[in-house]
Design a binder for this molecule. Structure first.
Ligand code: SF4
Length: 708
């Protein structure tokens, strides 16, 4: 593509990666990355992370060649080795565990969604292990799978791109702040800003006064973890006042009568007590959302980490459907992806031969099997840590860690540290050394997005776009290349037949008639959008309808209609505990300069947010003799950390919001100070969501006091 002079067009991947960018080159070096005004996904937008890409690319602390541990775990003694030695060693060890203890004795750990996610799952399937330790319980997948069981399709996305000639007239933003922080779910946050500038009405549901909440027509400052009660009360108003779309309900949905019965239990007066959102606000939200057509709903992982996330997601899908906003121009749509491109879905393997390998026998061996519905492909970290430490229910010997730093981003991290030390063998693939990689045996250097060719699929969206390699740094390899080369050494070539990544990209595009070179010239392949597909095709569910009453959940013994469940730790469910820990904590809200535990070593980004921050209300701070900028202790029943106080009237006096995944790359290895400020130490590890096993990271109890 699309290389003009010294500018190469590509797709940024400093976060979830949907922004088209211009990569400016001088004498073979990347000197600048700017937004591409011609790119239809992002229309010129770029955030500070994207702009910092060259600083990230050339950072002197990048891992640049494979390393082998030369001392005890955590001693930070490493020897440089060749790729051949690294891969041969890894293959030999993994095969020996497989032969002696079975393939399930080897696990993969993955972080947030990355371009190699699909190939990692393929690798696990081909190797024969059901154990992929992921954030599937905590991010994105709860909403995707709630959508699958309700509508038979992956999650609907706001129609900000307006292919039907209509743009949203109302935007309901629920537990999501990508407008400020970047992109997610195939959506560039800046598109919301554009829509709202054109005059769309907006409603925000968030415990924090985000920049969008500050400008919204209505802001529901919901008590963390109570979103389902708010949604059911909105449905109560919509049903009572007959604001629903009768035609959609009668022709295309199943179970409306059961919903009517359920929402009678949630009049706004009751929901106001549960959620702390005033009764009148609930009524106004329901009316504005149901009567301003078309409306779309932008949702985020504020919902995924609530204690009742699966049914909450279903309640929000039902809100969209009964108001007639599903798959209509300007509403929430199911995109039509480009034809004949093998979109690298993270959930399924591409060939039946591989699908056949995911037999019930293999799945049933998954650690923690049974604590959530079988659609959840991941193992939660606390389950994995326990299995390693107890070697139960079977021997667990090795872990391949790809792009994740679970000591900082998962619950029970001290147990995690013990488990990492107890493993027989472990490998980390990453761009920088970090606290988790420090406890492994081999560390492999990964390539950044500027060092990769890829057919960038953008989360089930309407297009795929070309990302192109512009430089090579040291001996860094694309994660996909690492998997292909390792698979060959494991005797899995049948499932990884590609000579190199170019062949892989050609394979993805095979049926389009383009090879990767030709695709780069085109830059983007787009599907042809069709709306209201249910009117001709129905919904691909058991009933052929949008299942308000979910037959799949009912068949598994769950409530087919969403209901509200009080968080397991709260002033109401555990009043005694709340006496000692009187504040409700949320953590995990994204911040613009960082991407989870990444980018703390990038100076231009770190200066925007040098220290970990906890947001608390000025009245709360005053009562605790805390002033702006003070270091404070935040303590939960599980641990204690310190962060700096950021006072804001935009948070309820009974709630605090902690930044997550903090470590200090400038400090001494192996810990880099992570035990000082990482919110992971406070998280409640229980699988609170009955259906999906999600942990209640948005809404656990804590206390805050001045640092002495
Ligand atoms: S929002 Fe994400 S994809 Fe877009 S420029 Fe920023 S980091 Fe890159």
């Amino acid at each position: 593509m699309k290389t003009t002079g010294n500018v190469v067009k590509s797709i940024c991947r400093m976060c979830h990666g949907v922004c088209g960018v211009n990569v400016h080159m001088e004498e073979g070096r990347v000197v600048k990355v700017t937004g591409d005004p011609d790119h239809p996904m992002s229309r010129g937008y770029i955030c500070s992370k994207g702009r910092a890409s060259p600083e990230f690319l050339y950072h002197p602390e990048r891992l640049q060649y494979p390393l082998k541990r030369a001392g005890a775990r955590g001693e930070n003694k490493w020897t440089r080795i060749s790729w051949d030695e690294a891969l041969d060693t890894i293959a030999e060890r993994l095969l020996s565990f497989k032969n002696e203890h079975g393939p399930e004795s080897v696990a993969l750990a993955l972080g947030t969604g990355r371009p190699y996610m699909f190939m990692s799952l393929r690798f696990a399937n081909a190797f024969g292990t059901p154990n992929v330790v992921t954030y599937a319980h905590a991010c994105y997948l709860p909403r995707v799978m709630a959508s699958f069981v309700t509508c038979g399709m992956p999650l609907p996305i706001c129609d900000f791109y307006g292919f039907g000639g209509v743009e949203p007239a109302c935007v309901l933003v629920w537990g999501c702040n990508i407008e400020e922080t970047g992109s997610a779910d195939g959506m560039c946050g800046h598109q919301i800003t554009r829509a709202l500038r054109r005059g769309a009405r907006s409603i925000v549901v968030d415990p924090r006064e985000t920049p969008r909440a500050a400008k919204a027509d209505l802001w529901a400052q919901v008590r963390p973890g109570t979103d389902a009660a708010l949604a059911l009360a909105m449905l109560n108003v919509i049903v009572e006042e007959k604001l629903y779309d009768k035609e959609f309900v009668e022709k295309y949905s199943a179970g409306f009568d059961r919903l009517v019965e359920r929402v009678k239990e949630y009049p706004p007066s009751r929901a106001a007590e549960i959620t702390w959102v005033p009764e009148e606000t609930i009524k106004e939200m329901a009316r504005l959302y149901a009567t301003t057509k078309p409306a779309c709903m932008l949702w985020g992982n504020g919902l995924d980490q609530s204690p009742n996330c699966f049914q909450t997601a279903r309640a929000l899908l039902i809100l969209r459907a009964v108001t007639g906003n599903i798959d209509v121009p300007g509403g929430d749509v199911f995109w039509v992806p480009p034809e004949n491109v093998f979109q690298t879905s993270p959930f399924v393997a591409p060939e039946n031969t591989l699908l056949d390998r995911i037999t019930p026998d293999v799945s049933a061996k998954k650690l923690g099997y049974g604590e959530s519905i079988p659609l959840n492909p991941g193992v939660r970290h606390p389950v994995f840590w326990d299995a390693v430490l107890k070697q139960e229910p079977y021997p667990v010997k090795a872990l391949l860690i790809m792009g994740t730093n679970p000591l900082l981003t998962s619950s029970d991290p001290l147990k995690g540290e013990e488990a990492l030390k107890a493993l027989d063998f472990s490998v980390a693939i990453d761009l920088f050394m970090n606290p988790t990689a420090q406890l492994t045996d081999i560390v492999l250097p990964a390539a950044s997005w500027l060092e990769q060719d890829d057919v960038a699929d953008l989360h089930f969206i309407w297009c795929v776009a070309a990302r192109q390699k512009v430089v090579e740094i040291g001996e860094c390899w694309d994660d996909k290349k690492i998997l292909i080369e390792l698979a060959k050494r494991l005797g899995l070539e049948e499932f990884f037949p590609w000579k190199d990544l170019r062949e892989w990209c050609d394979y993805v595009l095979e049926d389009t008639g383009l090879d990767f070179e030709a695709f780069k010239e085109v830059g983007l392949l787009q599907g042809e959008m069709r709306y209201r597909k249910h009117e001709t095709e129905g919904f691909p569910t058991a009933s052929g309808k949008f299942e308000i009453a979910c037959s799949a959940l009912e068949s598994m013994g769950f409530d087919p209609i969403p209901d509200y469940v009080e968080p397991p730790e709260s002033p109401y469910s555990t009043p005694d505990l709340a006496g000692e820990y009187p504040l409700i904590a949320i953590t995990g809200a994204k911040i613009e300069p960082f991407f989870h535990s990444e980018l703390r070593q990038i100076a231009s980004l770190r200066e925007k947010n040098p220290d970990p921050l906890v947001e608390l209300h000025p009245d709360t701070a005053r009562g605790l003799s805390i002033e702006e900028g003070d270091w404070v202790w935040i303590e939960s029943p599980r641990g204690k950390i310190r962060q700096r106080a950021k006072l804001t009237a935009g948070i309820d006096p009974r709630v605090v919001s902690l930044q997550h995944a903090w470590w200090f790359p400038e400090r001494e290895p192996p810990e880099y100070g992570w035990k000082e400020s990482s919110a992971s130490l406070l998280l409640d590890p229980r699988p609170a969501d009955a259906v999906w096993g999600s942990e209640p990271w948005k809404g656990f109890l804590c206390k805050v006091y001045k640092h002495s």
